[in-house]
Design a protein around this ligand. Structure first.
Ligand SMILES: [Zn+2]
Length: 466
């Protein structure tokens, strides 16, 4: 089992929704190879890690999940998508008790294909209807009505596979995913594509040493593609289809791939009529072709706006599910003449700055945190010096190696010395400010964040700066 350092970093930013796919098998050792895959802010599949397995027993899966979480820093994902193995389900319940577990739709479709025989033939009406149920239903009522209609139309009420799969619909059907964040991965061709990727690089008869080498090559190539997407986001201008301020704002915050998806939703607004139910509070969005849609198809959605007008909650649940605002909520935002997407609706993992996620003890240095609430000459000087070294270290591989070696030495020397705190450090000062504000709410106007002006600005409070 392994996780690369890159996988570790990526998990910190994009480890909210993951898939674990075990459909790849190496013939030479007759072992299964499981891949932990996620999706980055450019909507590309990313590999966090992999594991070789001798069997598919519950204890094996337990060990894998436990080790994986340990190796990627301890944070559990919000959602995990897998195939339908019962042993895996039990292992996830035991090791990831707070993670929502769902099945990849892809596996359900594969099973349907195997079980439905002639009904599943190419271009059959049944197949198309089944696909529609799996891909396009938004609400539970829609799904239930559509499912019943399908059973009646094809006289399939007693079909064993359909009965069985219906009983566990909450594990795979889209409407039951509402409110469950899946990073747009439920259409899990994602993990299937990761599997395809692997097959392209590593033939099943591959010996272990070659396997590892090829796996590294695959990861390296994936990273090059990611850099390409990053450049594409930075360099290539976007064309605004709707020319709305909201769209302009989206083009600045989102990556190119996500901006395109945002544009699609904005475009859909044109096909909906908005009714005001309670001014500034409740709205209803109705599809203009309501009459022409299938009878089970939901055409009306209610959108509720909170008191601060900062969150637009739509009953379709798309935002909670994918992190992108749905066309219904967007319609209300446009009606409100908003020039920016409200902050609560911008999920960092889809933005250009998605990789700017630092470990908990360094979180105050994240770009989106703004300037530190307190600053000192001592802190500022060190910070600038460190950044200068980062700039030089980034010149070439040799510089990077020297930088990392020396920084490790500096860190090791400072660690014991730093045990004694003089109370003037940024972290302590921020903590003190917080305590003071909590103890005397309203009394302390913390301008620029500091309640201790004696040490600010140019007044050096340290003798250690060389
Ligand atoms: Zn909606």
């Amino acid at each position: 089992m392994w996780v690369t350092s890159r996988g570790f970093d990526q998990y910190r930013c994009f480890g909210d929704a993951i898939t674990f796919d075990t459909t790849y098998r190496t013939n030479l050792y007759d072992m299964l190879f499981g891949l932990f895959v996620g999706v980055n802010n450019h909507f590309q599949s990313i590999i966090f890690g992999g594991a070789m397995m001798r069997d598919e027993k519950e204890d094996t899966f337990k060990w894998i999940f436990k080790e994986f979480i340990h190796m990627v820093g301890g944070k559990h994902p919000q959602t995990i998508l897998t195939d339908q193995a019962r042993a895996m389900e039990l292992a996830i319940e035991a090791e990831l008790p707070n993670t929502v577990h769902r099945w990849c739709k892809w596996h359900v479709l594969k099973k349907a294909k195997e079980s439905m025989g002639v009904l599943w033939s190419k271009n059959s009406d049944f197949k198309m209807e089944f696909h529609k149920l799996v891909h396009h239903m938004i609400t539970e009522e829609e799904f239930e009505a559509g499912w019943q209609q399908m059973l009646e139309r094809y006289s399939l009420k007693k079909h064993p596979f359909l009965t069985q799969i219906y009983e566990v619909r909450h594990k795979w059907a889209k409407p039951y995913f509402r409110g469950v964040f899946c990073a747009k991965m439920t259409s899990t061709q994602r993990s299937e594509s990761a599997n395809h990727m692997l097959k392209g690089y590593v033939p099943p008869w591959c010996p272990m040493h070659l396997f590892l080498k090829q796996f590294e090559k695959l990861q390296f190539n994936r990273e090059s593609e990611q850099s390409f997407q990053e450049k594409r986001t930075l360099l290539i201008g976007v064309s605004l289809k709707n020319n709305l301020p909201l769209e302009r704002h989206a083009s600045k915050v989102y990556t190119r791939a996500m901006f395109e998806k945002f544009g699609e939703e904005l475009y859909k607004c044109g096909a909906h009529v908005l009714d005001e139910i309670v001014p500034r509070k409740v709205y209803r969005s109705t599809h203009v072709d309501a009459a022409a849609r299938e009878k089970w198809s939901k055409v009306e959605f209610t959108i509720e706006v909170d008191d601060e007008e900062s969150f637009f909650s739509c009953e379709c649940g798309m935002f909670e599910h994918t992190g992108l605002v749905c066309c219904h909520a967007l319609q209300v935002m446009v009606h409100f003449l908003l020039s920016k997407i409200p902050e609560k609706h911008i999920m960092k993992r889809w933005t250009r700055d998605a990789n700017d996620v630092l470990p908990a003890h360094l979180v105050r240095y994240q770009k989106d945190r703004g300037p530190p609430s307190s600053d000192t000459f001592r802190h500022h000087t060190m910070y600038t010096k460190a950044l200068e070294c980062v700039l030089l270290g980034d010149s070439n591989v040799k510089c990077y190696d020297v930088f990392m070696t020396m920084m490790k030495e500096v860190q090791a020397t400072l660690l014991p010395l730093s045990a004694e705190k003089d109370g003037m450090g940024l972290a302590e000062r921020e903590h003190q400010n917080q305590v003071l504000v909590e103890e005397h709410p309203g009394e302390l106007q913390v301008e620029g964040g500091s309640t201790r002006p004696a040490c600010d600005g140019e007044t050096s409070c340290s003798g250690i700066i060389g």
